[in-house]
Design a protein around this ligand. Structure first.
Ligand SMILES: [Zn+2]
Length: 211
């Protein structure tokens, strides 16, 4: 019995040490993501937003803490949905939970949200806004999500990617980071006809895997 107690204690210590190492690694990754995003999109994002986001370390939490914060923030969750991270603009820290395999991608997704123009979500519609967020996150992460596990916004991201290839990064960046949809609207209309962006927006709002 005594040996079992010792072993179990050692295991607990290792678990805590592992948790601390993981958290340190994630904080370093997060800093690198913020550096990369703010450098790449500097011309689109106001300087004060960049400074604010750089000064806000992420909340990296276990599931219990994360769910409590999610509840306190009033974020609604669909049945069967698992939330991996959330953000509330550039004035509050991002929250990311650690009980899944896509922690770096979730960090960069939430950091991308923080740099988005406050009106962009409403102007683009939530599904397209999420699709662009995920597309920018994956573009900057430089690796595709792990296959065989549920993907975040797969259809929205596929559409956002198509839109970027069709209309160009500049049009996407102006819409997402400045809330200025003019170039995106013009480029899409020149390709797909009048009202194409509004039609796309309405079509995407019918996708059902979105909060
Ligand atoms: Zn998101």
């Amino acid at each position: 019995m005594q040996e079992r107690t010792r072993e179990s204690k050692l295991f607990d210590e290792n678990t805590e040490a592992r948790r601390q190492h993981l958290e340190k690694y994630l904080r370093e990754s997060d800093r690198a993501f913020v550096e990369q995003l703010t450098e790449r999109y500097r011309e689109y994002v106001p300087e004060d937003v960049i400074e604010r986001v750089k000064d806000l370390p992420p909340e990296i939490e276990d599931r219990q803490e994360f769910d409590q914060d999610l509840l306190d923030a009033g974020v609604s969750i669909e049945p069967g949905e698992k939330v991996l991270g959330y953000s509330e603009g550039s004035r509050r820290p991002i929250h990311v939970t650690t009980d899944h395999l896509e922690i770096p991608k979730t960090l960069i997704h939430e950091r991308t949200h923080q740099l988005s123009h406050p009106a962009a979500r409403e102007r683009l519609g939530a599904p397209l806004h999420e699709g662009i967020t995920e597309d920018i996150a994956i573009l900057n992460l430089g690796s595709e999500p792990i296959e065989g596990i549920p993907q975040c916004y797969p259809e929205e991201r596929a559409i956002a990617r198509q839109l970027r290839l069709l209309c160009g990064e500049e049009a996407i960046n102006e819409a997402y980071f400045r809330g200025d949809l003019q170039r995106l609207r013009e480029r899409l209309e020149s390709h797909s006809g009048k009202g194409a962006l509004d039609k796309l927006r309405r079509r995407m709002e019918k996708l059902d895997n979105i909060e």
